[in-house]
Write a protein of this length. Structure first.
Length: 149
């Protein structure tokens, strides 16, 4: 079965403080050869500035999908998720929590804050690449994402 073609590039915001995890995510998404554009920020404060197009992010693209780590400096992913889902102009952007936490409390809290899905990052490199490819396939091929508002 062939992939449906997209009319435009998909904008993905990666919110990840680990440079190696961010790089792996970028490489896996690029390897999938899907028409997408990637942006990366390293903490929760910068994520919200990016999403609100503040300061150096005044011309930032509006993401179609956010890959959000929970354990971030300055403002953690739980706080980012809560603020994002309270904002009427941003709450429709799907958020995939992609984190190392296996805590049942984190899973429950993320869904209470309206995360669209929760994925625990595998430690193994090959498994991590497979997880990212699965995210790419589901969110960028199967699902219809909301357009620019």
């Amino acid at each position: 079965m062939s992939k449906p073609s997209r009319q435009r590039s998909i904008e993905i915001l990666i919110v990840e403080d680990s440079p190696s995890d961010a790089q792996l995510t970028v490489e896996a998404l690029q390897a999938a050869k899907v028409a997408n554009r990637l942006s990366h920020v390293e903490d929760g404060v910068e994520a919200l500035r990016f999403l609100r197009r503040e300061g150096p992010y005044a011309d930032a693209p509006r993401p179609d999908l956010i890959l959000l780590d929970l354990n971030l400096p300055r403002k953690d992913g739980r706080e980012v998720l809560e603020e994002l889902k309270r904002d009427s102009s941003l709450k429709v952007i799907p958020v995939v929590v992609l984190t190392t936490s296996r805590s049942e409390q984190d899973v429950l809290r993320s869904y209470q804050l309206h995360a669209n899905c929760y994925i625990t990052k595998p430690v193994d490199f090959t498994q991590f690449l497979e997880v990212v490819k699965t995210i790419e396939h589901f969110w960028l091929t199967v699902v219809t994402l909301p357009g620019e508002r």
